[in-house]
Design a protein around this ligand. Structure first.
Ligand code: 4AZ
Length: 284
């Protein structure tokens, strides 16, 4: 059976179409101690644009209710995966975010550091297709602004970060093993942006889902073991200093034959910027 892949959707939220392209984490090839999968602890002070999305009502107090990641692209603008929002009116306002908190400046989820900011409004990419996961992006408008130097610029089409072979980093508080070992501390893993043809071969469109180069980018590690996993969804894939992708889906976690699939940012810059009040998010 095709199953939802976001912790948000695995939790109390309702699926839009009841279908999603990725299975929950399967047995990974990564060693159990490889931790994101195959990552290392990092400090949010060095990557202040990484945020945690939390809902204590829905996901309890453990790890402060974290269920997805997100990225600050302007002082009051976070982008995350559309599938993190659960029930939604495609293209319309989302009414289910009242209890969402965007946590900034908190490396360790059990610590009181940083700030929790309410979400004033949320908007799902109208082109998001929950069946194929194409265009998996939503924009959260924050009730309070963060400092301007906490934002990460988005990468437009010409940015070299999209070239196959480019080193990239993925950040999150998600599953570190593929067996539900969610992190308390922020982690990052170094991955490589892969050729679209490699991504298409990995996900040709069977029950595991289909890679679409116009709206997705895929990245992984030749020998596996470095990847995003459940709970990392919506978090950033960064290459050459810019946001190129958001953690979206994949077959399991850390498998050499199954790279992580990310929402491609470039085609969505106009959508994100168009929602911006008081200063557009930057993009090239
Ligand atoms: C998930 O379940 C998920 N390995 C996120 C990323 C990947 C797999 C699953 C990529 O949210």
């Amino acid at each position: 059976m095709r199953r939802p892949f976001a912790r948000a959707l695995a939790g109390a939220l309702t699926l839009v179409a009841g279908a999603a392209v990725a299975p929950l984490a399967q047995a990974p090839t990564a060693a159990a101690d490889s931790v994101v999968i195959g990552g290392q602890p990092v400090k949010v002070a060095d990557s202040p644009w990484v945020v945690a999305l939390a809902s204590r009502d829905r996901f309890g107090g453990i790890r402060d209710g974290q269920f997805c990641g997100g990225v600050l692209v302007a002082p009051t603008t976070v982008v995350t995966a559309a599938h993190c929002l659960g029930r939604q009116v495609l293209g319309g306002p989302v009414d289910s975010v009242a209890d969402f908190r965007v946590i900034t400046g908190r490396t360790e989820l059990r610590a009181p550091d940083g700030r929790e900011i309410a979400v004033r409004a949320a908007r799902v990419n109208p082109a998001y297709d929950p069946g194929t996961n194409a265009g998996d992006l939503a924009v959260l408008e924050l009730a309070e602004a963060v400092p301007a130097d906490h934002v990460l610029p988005m990468a437009g089409d010409g940015h070299p970060g999209y070239e196959a072979g480019t080193g990239a980093a993925v950040y999150g508080w998600g599953d570190t093993s593929g067996f539900g070992d969610y992190a308390y501390g922020l982690r990052a893993a170094q991955v490589t942006v892969l050729d679209d043809e490699v991504c298409r071969r990995a996900y040709p469109g069977n029950s595991d889902g289909q890679y679409r180069a116009d709206s997705m980018v895929c990245a992984g590690d030749r020998s596996g073991g470095k990847d995003a996993c459940q709970g990392d969804s919506g978090g950033p894939l960064v290459a050459r200093g810019r946001l190129i992708g958001l953690v979206s889906w994949g077959r399991g976690c850390g498998r050499a034959d199954s790279p992580g699939v990310y929402t491609r940012i470039a085609p969505l810059i106009d959508f994100v910027s168009g929602l911006q009040r008081g200063g557009r998010p930057s993009g090239v």
